[in-house]
Design a binder for this molecule. Structure first.
Ligand SMILES: Cc1ncc(COP(=O)(O)O)c(C=O)c1O
Length: 545
C-alpha cells in the first residue's frame, strides 16, 4: 500500500484527526496502521527520479557533530523541533515589549515543542504529526526552480525584487485569480506576495486591527490564528462548528458514529458585534478537513452584509484549495461561472470542489484571499505566499510589507511563476497536475481511512461528506480509549491545555512513546475546554491522523 501522507492529530476530546503523510514505518499500533508505509514512499526513493541534482536532507548533509547540542528557542510547529524550549529564565530583566506581552508567553512547553521533543527522542517514530509532505515537489516545479537559480541573464532573480511581489509572479497570480473570481485584477494593486501564507495573514491582521477589535474564528481552528490576532492587539472570538454524527451514538454498546462539522448561522450571527473587524474563514479546513458548503459560505456572506459593520472583512485562508479530495454536491466551478461579474470571456481555471469566498456576490470588496505554494506543490519550505483583494485592503499591506520583509525570495517567486502554467498541463496520466494531486490525496485518504476504521476510530464518510486538506479528523471511540493505559488519562502534563493530559493527549502520547506513531492532540485547536466537554459528552471533537 502506498500511503504517503500521514499526519495524525488527536484532540484531547473525542475525535481524531489524521493527516495523510508518513515517512517511516509504523511499527506496532495495529496491523492496518503498520501497513500504511512503503519503503519507496520516501524522499530518497523519489530523489532518483529527478534529473536535477537534489541536495540531501539535513541529517545526511550536516557534518556538525554538535547538532544535538543546539538549542532552538523558537516555538516549534509541525513537530520538527530540534530541542526543548529553554528551561532556565535569564537572570536579566528583559522588559518584554508589547508584542511579547500580548502573546502572554510563559515558559511551559507547547503541544508542538512537547511532541517535537518526543519525535526527536525516537528515531524510528512514524511521525504523523508533521504538517508537510515527505516527498519532493513535482519535477516541473523543481526544474522551474533550477532554471531560476541558474538564470544568469540581466533579469537573473538573485537580487531583491519589488516588495509587493516579483513582476512575473504577480502577473501570473492576477491572471489566475482573475479567472477564478471572474473579474479582471490589477496585478500591481490587488496582489501582494508574502513569505508564506502565514505572513499574508500576519500582515493582513496588522493592517486591519486596532486594539480591542474582535476577530471571529471557526472552532476548531488552525492555532496560528489566535496568536496572530493577539499580536495585532485584537481579541479572538470563537464560533463553534457543530459536530453532527451520521447516526446517534449508542451509550449501551459504546457505538460512536462518524459525522461532519457544520456551521450554524445563528452561532455566527450572535457573535458578531460592532467591534467585529474580521472573520477568518479556512476552507478546506485545518484541522477537520471540512469543506465549507455553498450554503455556509452564503450564510457568512449574508452575515457580513447584513449583521456586521461595513468595516468587517473576511480573511479567506485557502492554502488547501487544490486538496479537495471529495467534492461537494455542486462543483464549485459551475457556481463561480454563474457568479461571473465581469465580461471576461475566459473560463475559470478548474479548482474542483473549492469555492473562492471572494467570488460570492459583493464579497470581493470585503475579502482578502490568502494562499501559498507550499501545500499545492508539496514545497512547504519555499514559503511563497500571497494575498489577493481589492486595492483598499491590499494597499495598506503594500505599505507595511517593506518594514516586515523587503521581499519574499526572488528566486522562489520566479520559480513559482514558471511552475504555475506547467501545473495546468497533463501530468502523470491526469488532465493536469491538480487533477493528479486530487487523485493522489484521495488514494492516501482512503488507505489511511481504512486503517483507522479497522483500528476502531470513527471517521467521516466521504461519499456523503465533502473533504479536503491534509487531515482526517476522527473520533476516539470507547474501543480506542480502552487501549490507553488508565494512569495516562488526566495525568498532570505541563504542555497540555489546563496542565492535564486528557484522553486525546494521553492517547497521542501513548501512541508516540509506546507504539511508534506520533499524532498531535487536538485540544490546542479548541478554546478553553470545549473539546473536553465533547469528550465527556461522548461527542467527537478531536483527533487527526
Ligand atoms: C490553514 C493553514 N493556513 C496557513 C498555513 C501556513 O502556510 P504557509 O506555510 O504558506 O505559511 C498553514 C500551514 O500548515 C495552514 O494549515
Amino acid at each position: 500500500m502506498k500511503l504517503i501522507y500521514a499526519n495524525l492529530l488527536l484532540s484531547t476530546t473525542t475525535t481524531l484527526r489524521i493527516v495523510l503523510q508518513h515517512p517511516c514505518g509504523v511499527n506496532s499500533f495495529s496491523p492496518s496502521l503498520s501497513s500504511l508505509t512503503h519503503p519507496n514512499n520516501n524522499i530518497a526513493y523519489q530523489r532518483q527520479h529527478f534529473s536535477t541534482s537534489i541536495p540531501s536532507s539535513k541529517s545526511n548533509n550536516n557534518n556538525n557533530s554538535n547538532e544535538q547540542d543546539f538549542t532552538d528557542h523558537a516555538p516549534c510547529f509541525d513537530s520538527i523541533c530540534d530541542s526543548d524550549p529553554p528551561t532556565n529564565p535569564s537572570p536579566i530583566n528583559t522588559s518584554p515589549g508589547t508584542a511579547t506581552l500580548r502573546l502572554g508567553l510563559d515558559s511551559n512547553p507547547t503541544v508542538w515543542s512537547e511532541f517535537g521533543r518526543i519525535a526527536s527522542t525516537q528515531p524510528n517514530l512514524a511521525n504523523l504529526g508533521q504538517g508537510f509532505p515527505d516527498w519532493l515537489p513535482p519535477k516541473f516545479a523543481v526544474d522551474a526552480l533550477v532554471e531560476g537559480v541558474t538564470d544568469v541573464s540581466r533579469n537573473s532573480p538573485h537580487q531583491y525584487t519589488r516588495t509587493a511581489g516579483h513582476g512575473s509572479l504577480v502577473r501570473e497570480l492576477a491572471e489566475r485569480y482573475g479567472r477564478h473570481l471572474g473579474r479582471e485584477l490589477d496585478c500591481m494593486a490587488e496582489v501582494a506576495v508574502t513569505v508564506g501564507a502565514s505572513q499574508a495573514l500576519f500582515v493582513s491582521l496588522q493592517t486591519l486591527i486596532q486594539p480591542g477589535d474582535e476577530v471571529i474564528l471557526f472552532e476548531p481552528f488552525f492555532d496560528l490564528y489566535v496568536n496572530q490576532i493577539k499580536l495585532a492587539g485584537g481579541i479572538p472570538v470563537y464560533v463553534p462548528l457543530t459536530f453532527q454524527p451520521y447516526s446517534p451514538d449508542n451509550d449501551t454498546n459504546g457505538f460512536l458514529s462518524g459525522g461532519e462539522w457544520i456551521l450554524e448561522s445563528h452561532e455566527l450571527e450572535q457573535k458578531i458585534t460592532s467591534n467585529t473587524r474580521a472573520i477568518i474563514l479556512n476552507s478546506p479546513h485545518n484541522p477537520t478537513g471540512k469543506i465549507f458548503s455553498m450554503e455556509e459560505m452564503e450564510c457568512i456572506a449574508h452575515a457580513v452584509r447584513t449583521v456586521a459593520e461595513p468595516r468587517c472583512v473576511v480573511l479567506s485562508d485557502e492554502v488547501y484549495k487544490y486538496i479537495v479530495h471529495s467534492t461537494p454536491d455542486q462543483p464549485a466551478e459551475e457556481f463561480q461561472t454563474t457568479l461571473s461579474n465581469s465580461d471576461t470571456t475566459q473560463h475559470p481555471i478548474p479548482c474542483r470542489g473549492h469555492i473562492h469566498f471572494a467570488s460570492l456576490p459583493s464579497m470581493y470588496d470585503r475579502t482578502i484571499t490568502i494562499s501559498s505554494a507550499g501545500k499545492t506543490f508539496s514545497a512547504t519550505g519555499w514559503q511563497v505566499g500571497w494575498a489577493v483583494g481589492p486595492s483598499h485592503l491590499l494597499q495598506p499591506m503594500h505599505q507595511l510589507l517593506p518594514y516586515v520583509q523587503f521581499c519574499a525570495s526572488t528566486v522562489l517567486q520566479e520559480a513559482l511563476a514558471r511552475a504555475l502554467p506547467r501545473a495546468d498541463e497533463p501530468y502523470e496520466g491526469h488532465a493536469s497536475y491538480y487533477a493528479y494531486l486530487k487523485h493522489m490525496y484521495t488514494r492516501k485518504r482512503d488507505t489511511l481511512g481504512a486503517a483507522l476504521t479497522e483500528a476502531g476510530f470513527a471517521i467521516p464518510d466521504w461519499d456523503r461528506t465533502a473533504g479536503g486538506g491534509f487531515f482526517i479528523f476522527c473520533r476516539i471511540t470507547p474501543q480506542i480509549r480502552a487501549l490507553v493505559p488508565a494512569e495516562r488519562i488526566d495525568a498532570p502534563n505541563a504542555a497540555a491545555p489546563g496542565g492535564v493530559a486528557r484522553l486525546d493527549w494521553a492517547l497521542c502520547q501513548w501512541l508516540a512513546e509506546e507504539k511508534g506513531v506520533l499524532c498531535i492532540p487536538a485540544t490546542p485547536f479548541f478554546f478553553g475546554g470545549a473539546g473536553e466537554e465533547w469528550g465527556c459528552g461522548g461527542i467527537c471533537a478531536g483527533g487527526v491522523l
